[in-house]
Design a protein around this ligand. Structure first.
Ligand SMILES: [Zn+2]
Length: 244
């Protein structure tokens, strides 16, 4: 895998995985670098070139979904062409495609069951996380034979609890569903810690805490990554994996 596209390299057994950043792509200006998203105002040829670079680095076609902050999980067809659908997570046991989930502050979550060869990628923002997208992803992995106790997870670069300021009422609503999300910014104002929430959800779903890699940078603080909070007109990086 081309290391130049991997801003972070999670260690997930059974998978080749990476978190891209801004470096390594051909987009310019606000989207500068490896923007993988259409519909964010970037030049479409640049986006296609960036996606081609990613596919070349992975050595397989890369599957994307139209992400809509839902809890829908797309289980790929067992063979053949993969249709582009609206969903916020993907699950497969295929070894001839890579899965990519795009983010710019939301959590990119990658999962692998190395024993049974099942992988998944999920987009967990506030809405999806509280709605249960990660629980549904683990359930669909189980439907393909994966076992929660064998899962390994990586929660990639995302906005941190010290930066993700929200209205006080939103913090209370989130905490009522997932208490671990309750947080304060570095200035003492209400915020959400989505990463802590995701760790709690995965643990509750049966993933061992020691198998959850959650040590990744804050996208607002680390300019190697796109951040929607830093600049609403920006690109998207991705969490990507394929079966090893
Ligand atoms: Zn931060």
């Amino acid at each position: 895998m081309s290391s130049s596209l991997a801003a972070r390299a999670p260690r997930l057994r059974g998978a080749r995985a990476l978190f891209t950043g801004r470096s390594g792509g051909v987009s310019i200006a606000e989207h500068a670098g490896l923007n993988l998203a259409r519909h964010v105002g970037d030049d479409e040829h640049a986006v296609e070139r960036n996606r081609d670079l990613l596919a070349a680095a992975l050595g397989t076609p890369v599957v994307f979904v139209d992400q809509v902050h839902s809890t829908d999980v797309h289980v790929l067809p067992r063979r053949g062409e993969v249709p582009v659908v609206s969903a916020d997570a993907m699950v497969t046991d295929r070894d001839d495609v890579a899965l990519a989930i795009m983010v710019a502050d939301c959590l990119p979550v990658l999962l692998s069951d190395p024993r049974r060869g099942v992988i998944a990628a999920a987009h967990a923002g506030r809405q999806g996380l509280l709605g249960g997208v990660l629980q549904r992803t683990v359930e669909e992995m189980a439907a393909l034979g994966a076992r929660a106790e064998d899962l390994e997870a990586s929660i990639g670069p995302a906005i941190c609890g010290a930066c993700y300021e929200v209205p006080a009422a939103m913090r209370e609503e989130a905490a009522a569903v997932l208490p671990e999300t309750w947080a304060r910014t570095s200035r003492g104002t209400p915020s959400l810690d989505l990463r802590a929430g995701a760790v709690a959800v995965l643990e509750a779903a049966g993933v061992p805490r020691t198998a959850i890699d959650a040590e990744h940078p804050c996208t607002l603080e680390d300019e190697r990554f796109y951040s929607y909070r830093r600049h609403p007109r920006t690109g998207r990086f991705a969490g990507v994996l394929r079966r090893a």
